[in-house]
Design a protein around this ligand. Structure first.
Ligand SMILES: Nc1ncnc2c1ncn2[C@@H]1O[C@H](COP(=O)(O)OP(=O)(O)OP(=O)(O)O)[C@@H](O)[C@H]1O
Length: 384
């Protein structure tokens, strides 16, 4: 049982540019925190620094209130589950799960009790005599998780544990990990993934790392927050573009008028739109970027709308993605998510509704203006 505290944590390999810059984060005991970001942003490095598998160049790491920078991995009270499973091929499932406890000289009867209990939870009890090569990918990953569970660590660290599984097994194992955390939720968990669906569904809080934009920001924190905070209130263009699939549409625009509860902007097509944001810090004429998620567009003219010709459509059954080209004189494209029964012919001019309270607005530095929207949580009524 342990909290994790990262203070001004920094990592550089030799003379190369830092891969982690100034990360400050407090993960409460029992919290499930997901590190997410594009390939190469440094999320595995940050996890490995917590595990003790990478040195910390600067700053401080505390686990359970104790400084850990110089403490050996085995003494940190953490258990790590790797993408590659890292099972011993010559040992059975039972021996793999018992190995760490054996090293720690735990009594054999106690080891047996713990391994059998974990095997039952993970539905491995019929497979204990098998060697890893006789298991499926999903079963191997369950053994790797079981090996971590039996140690009853204060901190669980997961490094892309589902990457080697096929799509269906990923979903199933993701749900199993969420249930395990709910049922044994005293341990703090840090989970690294580049998959935003895993991040959204598993996390109490997400830490998104910058990458690929300005080099000076690589490896720094883009935003920390609950999954819905990052989705509804992304702090900047990078976060807005990373969270959500298909990605948020970005349309260049010019500010026409600004107030504390709305802004009016003109697109390069000449169309004007109102956005429910606090725009008082900007002056009319400012260059801005309007953001709208494909799933928040509405077909038709019932609300403020823009007209765009249809270029392409993808019919998925449950929904249809409509890909529009820019209006004449503009190059930007737009993706709208429509109901599955919707379809149109290429070249048809469609009215795409963009309600004011679904829009995001970013200044010329890419920073979001605060949205003036109601709380996005809606409690469902309970059936009698
Ligand atoms: N031993 C090393 N020496 C020098 N650079 C390294 C070393 N290990 C990692 N890096 C660099 O550090 C950066 C972060 O790597 P890291 O593996 O943490 O990224 P990641 O976000 O986990 O990416 P991925 O999702 O692709 O695994 C990368 O640019 C990588 O090339």
């Amino acid at each position: 049982m342990a909290s994790i505290e990262l203070s001004s944590v920094f990592k550089a390999y030799g003379d190369h540019a830092p891969v982690i810059r100034d990360v400050n984060l407090h993960i409460a005991q029992g919290e499930f925190c997901v590190f997410v970001g594009p390939s190469g942003c440094g999320k595995s490095t940050l996890l490995r620094m917590i595990a003790g598998l990478e040195d910390i160049t600067g700053g401080e790491l505390k686990i359970g209130g104790q400084r850990m920078n110089e403490v050996a991995p085995a003494q940190r009270g953490v258990a790590m589950v790797f993408q590659s499973y890292a099972l011993f091929p010559h040992m059975t499932v039972y021996e793999n799960m018992a190995f760490g406890l054996g090293l720690a000289k735990v009594d054999k009867a106690v080891i047996r009790e713990k391994v059998m209990a974990a095997a039952k939870v993970l539905q491995l009890d019929q497979l204990l005599d098998r060697k890893p090569k006789a298991l499926s990918g999903g079963q191997r990953q369950r053994v790797a998780i079981g090996r971590a569970i039996v140690r009853e660590p204060g901190v669980f660290l997961f490094d892309e544990p589902l990457s080697n599984l096929d799509a269906a097994l990923r979903v199933q194992t993701r749900i199993e990990i969420a249930k395990l955390h709910r049922d044994f939720g005293k341990a703090s968990t840090v989970y690294v993934t580049h998959d935003q669906v895993e991040a959204m569904t598993l996390a109490d809080r997400i830490l998104l790392l910058n990458s690929g934009e300005a080099v000076a920001r690589d490896g720094s924190v883009a935003q920390v927050g609950t999954p819905l905070e990052l989705y509804h209130r992304p702090r900047n263009l990078f976060v807005a573009g990373f969270i959500g699939s298909p990605k948020m549409n970005f349309l260049p625009a010019t500010l026409v008028s600004a107030a504390t509860d709305h802004a009016v902007v003109r697109l390069s097509s000449g169309e004007t739109l109102r956005a429910a944001v606090d725009a008082q810090r900007l002056l009319p004429g400012a260059k801005v970027t309007l953001g709208v998620r494909p799933e928040h567009t509405e077909l038709g003219t019932a609300t403020q709308h823009i007209i765009r010709p249809l270029q392409w459509q993808e019919r998925l059954g449950e929904s249809t993605y409509l890909y529009m080209t820019g209006a004449s004189g503009s190059t930007e494209s737009l993706v709208a998510k429509a109901p599955g029964h919707a379809h149109a012919s290429t070249g048809h001019r469609l009215a795409i509704g963009l309600p004011a309270d679904t829009l995001h607005l970013f200044d010329d530095q890419g920073l979001a203006l605060e949205r003036r929207i109601p709380d996005q949580n809606q409690s469902l009524p309970q059936a009698a």
